[in-house]
Design a protein around this ligand. Structure first.
Ligand code: F6P
Length: 546
């Protein structure tokens, strides 16, 4: 799939980009736009209702050609086909990578080890729909016969970030008679604050965990169980107030949840790719099965676009290659995601896990340490709030931070001038970042000489603008799939496995060793480093007992 014989940085395509970088690194977007009036209309890609303007980047047509050559040389086409065919691309866990099967239409055939998985995916969606309708209609009663008013999703990482992000994003489409809350942190404050005003008789817990062994989730689930049973005083209440979403039926049963109340998914779905699986159950309860299916259709439309569009008109490919241009050649270390829509307040956090857990890798698929940058730090906040917090550093700091601006032409809450003000801020920011303000322009405004350098904006800060008509469930599915596949593009070029996450293991193992050292009645024989030993001793001195 990749030309493993030649190190990536020695490949013809990489070296050509390096040489090209030396030639274009000094170009300023001011000049690129001035010399080429058609640039803003040409360096765009429109597909699936998404308009991507990538003209405000430090690149030329030649850059794009060379980046596309790199994608070809990386075997991207072969890799895409292999993923959609169900090949075991997750080589360290020997698993297929088939989140695309979760949104394939009924009737499609996608095979894992010879089995067409689409019928079982569809069966789970049907089961979810039946359950969601019962809860939404009030037919699903709690133990005392009351209807459910609040659904609490307990999960962490991929079993939390996707559902909470999408629930917030699609708030406008949700049933306001029901509230969904999300508990993830093992810090008791999370569950305590999330349940303190709730009536257990009207509360339903969805325990979401791919493995059903995650310490945080199981601890929160036990606490929720105790909270519920303390009020309802009957173990039989668990069946009406607890539902599980997992790949691990055995552990679900051990916890005491009836397997009939379990919604299944499979090991070929990565946690951070699991929102369109049963992990999205809380979202389906909130927005209803029909809207959830619209979201799946959006995902699928983007999957098909990614699978079939030529690379120079392929949204995930373009976003992936442009990101790589800055990370590998300009040395950019982070990438900001800036949605201009309040409903997308959790999008950056969601994409943070998607991207950083996938491409935060230091060895290639064969296990050799790489000598080039892989995944960037992903971060961001919705506009316009971010403008009054961290944009200063992007405009005038010393770091190069490529940004994705995501905006909508219509608001779901059209009120007065709000939306036009929001949109004008988005456009103004990308304009200011690209073109800045020269010292001459500042001087011409009559600014005192001592302040000229302070008030000069260098510009040449790269941005992509993703402009869409309106935020709908379908569009949300498209946007998420766009970023999923962008991550795939980059991981493929970097020759890494984007689908494992061994890096989170060591901390988990060490925490398990430390817990008894914090709680034991007698002084433990501490054998950590001197810093960790001292911290543990101090904690033991001041911790509250019991
Ligand atoms: O943080 C590691 C991780 O394994 C993530 O990849 C995953 O999304 C999260 O933990 C939760 O795992 P689970 O769904 O198995 O509880």
């Amino acid at each position: 799939m990749t030309n493993g014989a030649v190190p990536l940085t020695q490949s013809i395509a990489w070296k050509a980009l390096l040489e090209h970088y030396e030639a274009v690194k000094g170009l300023h977007m001011r000049d690129l736009f001035a010399k080429d009036p058609g640039r803003g209309a040409r360096l765009v890609c429109e597909a699936q209702g998404i308009y991507l303007d990538y003209s405000k980047n430090r690149l030329t047509d030649d850059t794009m050609r060379l980046l596309l050559d790199l994608a070809d040389a990386a075997g991207l086409r072969v890799a895409i086909d292999a993923m959609f065919r169900g090949e075991k691309l997750n080589v360290t866990e020997h698993r297929a990578v088939l989140h695309v099967a979760l949104r394939a239409p009924a009737g499609a055939a996608i095979r894992v080890d010879g089995e067409n998985v689409v019928p079982k995916v569809q069966a789970v969606i049907e089961k979810m729909a039946g359950f969601a309708n019962l809860v939404r209609s009030g037919q699903w009663k709690g133990h005392t016969g009351k209807r459910i008013r609040t659904v609490v999703n307990i999960g962490i990482g991929g079993s939390d970030l996707g559902p909470v992000m999408a629930y917030e994003a699609l708030r406008a489409y949700s049933d306001r008679a029901l509230t969904v809350r999300f508990v993830s942190n093992v810090d008791a404050t999370d569950i305590a604050e999330s349940t303190r005003d709730l009536d257990p008789a009207e509360t339903l817990f969805l325990i979401c965990s791919k493995t059903f062994t995650t310490q945080e989730t199981l601890t929160n689930a036990q606490t929720a169980r105790a909270w519920c049973l303390q009020a309802l005083k009957n173990d039989a209440a668990v069946a009406r107030h607890f539902v599980a979403v997992s790949t691990n039926a055995g552990e679900v049963e051990k916890f005491g949840i009836d397997p009939a109340n379990m919604f299944e998914f499979w090991d070929w779905v990565g946690g951070r790719y699991s929102l369109p699986s049963a992990i999205g159950l809380s979202l389906m309860v909130a927005i209803g099965p029909e809207r959830f299916r619209e979201m799946l259709a959006g995902y699928h439309a983007m999957d098909e676009h990614f699978r079939t569009a030529p690379f120079d008109k392929n949204l995930p490919v373009l976003l992936g290659l442009i990101g790589l241009w800055y990370g590998n050649f300009f040395g950019a270390e982070s990438h900001a995601i800036l949605p201009y829509d309040h409903y997308l307040g959790r999008l950056s956090a969601y994409l943070q896990q998607l991207d950083m857990e996938s491409n935060g890798k230091r060895v290639d698929r064969g296990g050799s340490v790489v000598n080039y940058q892989t995944g960037p730090v992903i971060w961001g906040q919705p506009g316009t709030n971010g403008q009054h917090a961290f944009y200063q550093l992007i405009h005038q700091g010393t770091k190069l931070i490529p940004c994705d601006f995501i905006g909508f032409c219509r608001s779901l809450n059209p009120m007065g001038q709000h939306h036009d003000l929001l949109a004008s801020n988005l456009f103004a920011q990308t304009e200011a970042l690209a073109f800045g303000k020269t010292a001459a322009e500042v001087e011409a405004e009559g600014v005192t000489p001592a302040l000229v350098s302070h008030r000069t904006f260098p510009g040449n800060h790269p941005t992509n603008t993703i402009l869409v008509e309106e935020l709908t469930p379908e569009m949300l599915g498209k946007l998420i799939a766009l970023y999923e596949h962008k991550v795939f593009v980059q991981g493929t070029v970097w020759r890494i496995n984007s689908f494992d996450q061994w890096g989170v293991e060591l901390g988990k193992v060490l925490a398990k060793r430390i817990t008894p050292e914090l709680t034991s009645g007698t002084d433990p024989d501490l054998r950590h480093d001197s810093s960790t030993n001292e911290l543990i001793r101090r904690y033991r001195r001041f911790r509250r007992m019991g």
